[in-house]
Design a protein around this ligand. Structure first.
Ligand code: T4K
Length: 386
């Protein structure tokens, strides 16, 4: 089988992208808020239904800028079941990430755990719409309101997704998308901060461009977080194919659902049809009834060229520097611990055909059917006889 990946980039109309690239070269306007960045900001704000979109070089710097622009400090509550960037964006600014547990059904922050993590030093909450599935937005907003905390969202996975009829991107003080190569819409590297707050957006624009307000006039502490024109042109082109990408992902998702339906020990994480989803991730949970553990299954899949991923193993709380700072964090995170042990993300995206999906499921089915024999062979591979 040809190698199959989780994060194969979605690539829209190549001709349109190359025409845009030629135009950028002809105009010799490569970065610093050129016409492609302005056009992409306008289209994203319109699509999400917010007043402001500030494009940035990547999702991580988007998180860092929004955290700083909101004046967060002290402690901020985040999940540990997320990509490490969510916590790094805080720690990089010497703000302490305090890990709350997740709901085992949604894989997003459990509001009850958030409430118990609040201390007098807490200034904010960052919810992560993991796998593009919305957090418990209303409950988190109530908690933030009750304790006078700022609420923002890491929406890296959730471009094109909604909470009911309202688009993700329009909640909290602001939200951050990632347009990394592996995301539903990619800009090679890129990200966006979206918010309805004009004053916040103005501050973000200053911060993202060294604090410049016009030529020679610096009015704020800033950094370089700008998106280039070529990235904006790529994202604009891909945005025009978003519906087609989602359609392919959706078809793959339901093909997986059919093939894996009656497999004991393995469950596909569901997308609630009352929200729009981009179906970017095919997430499975390998539970205790499975004939093989998640880690055994991933070894088999990799040997068969299926590059399934153990996102976000072992959990941010078990990665440095957090592991050293909070060696006992896992005691308060039982659901995170379990999900980190069980989640397996399978390849999808327009690069995968339904036949590929059938092939992946065939490998899984055969491995689980012959579980004990496979386990024995894996053990022999690890400890060969002298
Ligand atoms: N918050 C959350 C919740 C996030 O998930 C992320 C990023 C962020 C914040 C930060 O946003 P950015 O600063 O990245 O904009 C990947 C991505 O690098 C990362 O962007 C993403 N989350 C995360 C979930 O996935 P890795 O370590 O899995 O990347 P990598 O290089 O192993 O790529 C994944 C797969 O994609 C590989 O199997 C190969 C394939 N691939 C990858 C690239 C880059 C390709 O086929 N072509 C490519 O160009 O993190």
């Amino acid at each position: 089988m040809e190698q199959l990946h989780v994060g194969r980039p979605n690539i829209g109309d190549r001709g349109r992208f190359l025409a845009r690239l030629n135009d950028i070269l002809d105009q010799r306007w490569l970065t610093n808020r050129g016409e492609y960045v302005i056009e992409l900001e306008r289209r994203i704000a319109q699509r999400v239904g917010v007043r402001n979109c500030v494009l940035v070089a990547n999702g991580t710097i988007g998180l860092e800028l929004l955290i700083r622009a909101l004046g967060l400090g002290g402690e901020v509550i985040v999940p540990a079941f997320t990509f490490v960037a969510t916590a790094h964006a805080l720690q990089w600014q010497e703000i302490t990430p305090v890990f709350a547990d997740i709901d085992p059904e949604t894989h997003c922050l459990d509001p009850r755990s958030v409430e118990t993590a609040i201390t007098p030093r807490t200034t904010g909450i960052i919810g992560v719409h993991l796998w593009g599935r919305p957090c418990a937005i209303d409950e988190l907003a109530k908690i933030a309101g009750r304790h006078n905390l700022k609420l923002m969202f890491d929406a890296a996975h959730a471009f094109g997704c909604s909470y009911g009829e309202r688009m993700i991107g329009s909640f909290g003080e602001g939200e951050v998308f990632s347009f990394h190569a592996t995301k539903i819409v990619n800009a090679f590297e890129g990200g966006a901060i979206v918010t309805d707050n004009d004053e916040l957006a103005d501050r973000l624009r200053l911060m993202q461009n060294f604090g410049f307000r016009g030529y020679d006039r610096v009015v704020y502490l800033g950094i370089n977080g700008k998106m280039s024109e070529v990235s904006a042109a790529m994202a604009l082109t891909n945005l025009e194919s978003l519906e087609a990408f989602v359609e392919r992902n959706r078809a793959n998702y339901f093909a997986y659902a059919r093939h894996l339906a009656d497999l004991p020990g393995m469950a596909l994480v569901r997308y609630d049809e009352s929200h729009h989803s981009n179906y970017q991730y095919v997430v499975t949970v390998v539970n205790d009834d499975s004939a093989l553990t998640r880690d055994e299954l991933v070894t088999v899949l990799h040997a068969e060229n299926v590059m399934a991923r153990r996102y976000f193993h072992p959990g941010v709380h078990r990665m440095e520097p957090y592991r050293s700072y909070f060696p006992d964090a896992h005691r308060l995170l039982p659901c995170t611990e379990q999900v980190c042990r069980q989640v397996l993300v399978l390849p999808t995206g327009p690069a995968l055909s339904e036949e590929d999906v059938a092939g992946v499921c065939g490998v899984i089915r055969a491995a689980l059917k012959h579980g004990p024999a496979v386990r024995e062979r894996l053990a022999r591979r690890e400890h060969p006889n002298p």
